[in-house]
Design a protein. Structure first.
Length: 207
């Protein structure tokens, strides 16, 4: 599966702020590959903004459409007025592995439930518009063994297949390559086997 994720380093976040009726809404958006990463983001937001009125949250710690590693919280705002619309904004973006905290400083004017829904939705949507993105490809491990003369050919061919060689073991009379293969495609190595004149052994399960 291929989808977009935030182009941010682990532990990094993008900050964006809007003001509505004198209330400040500061959105922290981050790369969230797992729930623990999101909890770390929320902890930092609370440490940096300890006096904020609310720290409302939403995250999708997986692929778009993920149903398990997700979460959202109103953090004291009226039920359904913050976390859920934030989550829906994330879901509507089509992104995965993404999370955000919207930090609100109350400005003295009550917005009402409808106004809060619009404000928190806008806070996330505007932040996502500024968020750098990159393509993410789900991968599975593939291990092959070739002779020394075939290593360069194998590496070049894997690159054309959008597969990453992540390790090489030169023990014995050949090279064992650990490859991250795109999960969305079957690992058909017949072309590479032909190029290597049969001098290729697949060591992982063929499923």
């Amino acid at each position: 599966m291929r989808y977009e994720i935030p182009d941010l380093a682990p532990g990094e976040h993008l900050e964006h702020e809007i003001e509505i009726e004198k209330s400040r809404f500061i959105t922290w958006t981050a790369f969230v590959p797992d729930p623990a990463s999101f909890e770390a983001l929320l902890t930092r937001a609370r440490e940096v903004h300890p006096n904020a009125s609310h720290h409302c949250t939403a995250y999708i710690a997986g692929a778009p459409g993920e149903q398990n590693a997700i979460g959202f919280s109103d953090d004291g705002e009226p039920g359904g007025a913050a976390g859920r619309p934030m989550y829906q904004a994330l879901e509507g973006s089509g992104m995965g592995q993404v999370g955000c905290v919207v930090i609100r400083y109350f400005g003295g004017t009550k917005l009402g439930t409808g106004g809060l829904v619009r404000a928190y939705t806008q806070a996330v949507v505007k932040a996502l518009e500024r968020l750098p993105r990159r393509a993410f490809i789900e991968r599975r491990p593939l291990t092959v063994r070739v002779d020394f003369a075939g290593e360069a050919i194998a590496r070049e061919w894997f690159a054309t297949q959008d597969a990453r060689v992540e390790g090489a073991d030169y023990a014995g009379d050949g090279v064992t390559l650990d490859v991250a293969w795109p999960r969305e495609r079957d690992a058909d190595l017949s072309e590479l086997t032909s190029r290597l004149k049969g001098r290729l052994t697949r060591l992982d399960a063929s499923t």
